[in-house]
Design a protein. Structure first.
Length: 145
């Protein structure tokens, strides 16, 4: 655990405001792995001891990450990933994760800035994700291997 002086300050949403929508069909280029085999989870989750090395919870269009931040403590041994296309919103989630991780919590979540419509197969193998949330809708989809 870090002392209060060493802990990062919690970011504020008001400092990360952005337009509500970003066109996923634009030709923005995002850094992404060559394939799901080339995804290094130890880089994405540097503070988590990788036991099963498999992301099991995925939140597509995670926004400010409220869903993952709320369930990460309950499922602390499951890796969770949020995908967001908007740059400022992604910056907020990354700073918030760093702040919480410096306090010793939320080591099992990470956020990636990407276009899930184009690049989702580059992150996951078939049957890998246990539960997927799309734009925080109530319905969740379970993939069966």
């Amino acid at each position: 655990m870090c002392s209060k002086e060493e802990q990062l300050s919690m970011p504020r949403k008001r400092d990360f405001r952005q337009r509500a929508h970003n066109n996923p069909l634009t030709d923005n280029t995002f850094n992404h792995p060559e394939s799901s085999d080339h995804l290094s989870l130890s880089e994405i989750y540097p503070k988590f001891l990788l036991i099963n090395e498999k992301v099991e919870f995925l939140d597509i269009g995670c926004g400010y990450g409220g869903l993952l931040f709320n369930i990460s403590e309950k499922y602390s041994q499951k890796l969770m990933m949020g995908m967001e296309i908007r740059s400022k919103v992604h910056e907020y989630t990354v700073q918030k994760v760093k702040s919480l991780q410096s306090a010793g919590t939320h080591k099992n979540i990470s956020f990636v800035r990407t276009n899930a419509m184009k690049y989702l197969p580059f992150y996951f193998k078939k049957g890998q994700v246990l539960t997927k949330y799309i734009n925080k809708v109530i319905k969740n989809i379970c993939f069966i291997s």
